[in-house]
Write a protein of this length. Structure first.
Ligand code: PMP
Length: 395
């Protein structure tokens, strides 16, 4: 079996597992119980993890709130700001290609009287297909805009938005900026100061850490961001997110980020080369194949491990069923909990048929050249078969 679905989730790195294990077996205290050493040792581990994660993104430790993942972080950021700061206005700005964990909370706010502007991205035919033009943000900001939410890297086509420019515009206009950086952290340099974001969401399981843990960066330097908590109880995380901390998860998350940063430059180059090999191999073997999303070069337009292709005249779902040994995903219906064809590919202006004919490859740390060569052969054979079947059934 070959796993090439690293945008969906990743294998936990064995070095991360090693870092976590003591916090299940020996150091299992509650970090809130600081009156004994079990608790204080757990608290120290959380403090170290918080400092390490903060340093990785240019934040200070008190600006990091641990959560259960990016879905929760996005909800806390968007709902937290709008509930606390409604008097500033009720207009929100985001982008059509955001993840559902941003679009759905926005939609709910829309039903509660907020007005949401969703910006378009560059369409098919552009080398920057899927990328936001920051001028659009500037044009959309109004006196009553409370929050702008723009992801850093897209989970389907890997498009990287010019966030520093968006940050500069928001700062100039005095509007808060949230960024869902789930797919970007660990894959490219991410610095909250350089990007001028006020809130940023992270998730551990996308970067070879455990599932069920993530974080929200909340700016505490001027201007200080005020949020309404969404989960109340014991008052952990400065009252912003109650609940006993997931100590092994947090330790693993921080270790996972450290490993990504240590290996970042070499791993980016390695993944980009693997992706080129995959793309070239498929182009040599398969006719009528199109690239969805930005061009592969330069690397600052697109995540290095991402390749999204459409295979004309083939149904992505059927294609995946023919390749049970190769884990990828498709923009066609029913590949996820969401029965709709990909809203991201549709927003890029890709024909419905080609949306259904799409495959997303997410290359990651554990993929090798050999995996890529097997994947090329597997996909090429399956596409040929399906196309032949399609032709004979039309006769
Ligand atoms: N945002 C983006 C861009 C994502 O890719 C994902 C995961 N698919 C999420 C948010 C949700 O993250 P989590 O699974 O940690 O809740």
């Amino acid at each position: 079996r070959i796993y090439m679905d690293n945008h969906a989730t990743t294998r936990v790195d064995p070095r991360v597992v090693d870092a976590m294990l003591p916090y299940f077996t020996e150091l299992y205290g509650n970090p809130g119980s600081v009156s004994h050493s079990f608790g204080s040792e757990a608290m120290e581990a959380v403090d170290r993890a918080r400092a390490s994660l903060a340093a990785a993104v240019g934040a200070s430790p008190r600006e990091i709130i641990f959560t259960s993942g990016a879905t929760e972080s996005n909800n806390l950021a968007i709902r937290g700001v709008t509930e606390r700061q409604r008097r500033r206005g009720d207009h929100l700005i985001s982008v059509v290609t955001e993840h559902k964990a941003v679009l759905d909370p926005l939609e709910r706010l829309g039903r509660r009287g907020f007005e949401v502007s969703l910006l378009e991205v560059a369409g098919a035919g552009s080398p920057q297909m899927g990328i936001l033009d920051p001028q659009q943000v500037s044009d959309a900001i109004r006196d009553d805009t409370v929050l702008v939410s723009v992801m850093l890297a897209n989970n389907e086509v890997g498009a990287i938005h010019p966030l520093a420019e968006v940050g500069r515009i928001c700062k100039e206009q005095g509007v808060l900026l949230h960024c869902d950086a789930t797919q970007a952290v660990g894959k490219m340099n991410v610095n909250v100061e350089a990007l001028q974001v006020d809130l940023m969401s992270f998730s551990s399981h996308k970067l070879y850490g455990p599932k069920g843990v993530g974080a929200l960066y909340v700016r505490r330097r001027q201007p200080h961001v005020r949020l309404q908590s969404q989960i109340d109880g014991g008052g952990q995380e400065g009252g912003l997110r109650s609940g006993t901390l997931n100590v092994p998860g947090i330790v693993g998350f921080a270790r996972a980020v450290e490993l990504c940063l240590d290996e970042l430059p070499s791993e980016r180059a390695r993944l980009a080369a693997l992706r080129q090999r995959l793309y070239d191999g498929l182009r040599n073997r398969v006719e009528k194949l199109t690239l969805n999303g930005p061009v592969l070069d330069p690397l600052d337009f697109r995540l290095p491990g991402n390749l999204n292709l459409s295979f004309a005249d083939v149904d992505g779902e059927a294609l995946m069923m023919k390749m049970r040994q190769l884990a990828v995903s498709s923009g066609s219906a029913c590949t996820s909990a969401n029965p709709e064809p990909s809203h991201v590919l549709r927003a890029l202006g890709i024909d419905e048929d080609l949306v259904r004919a799409s495959l997303r490859f997410g290359l990651g740390r554990f993929n090798t050249e050999e995996d890529v060569d097997v994947a090329i052969e597997t996909v090429a054979t399956a596409v040929e078969r399906l196309r032949r079947l399609g032709q004979s059934s039309q006769k």
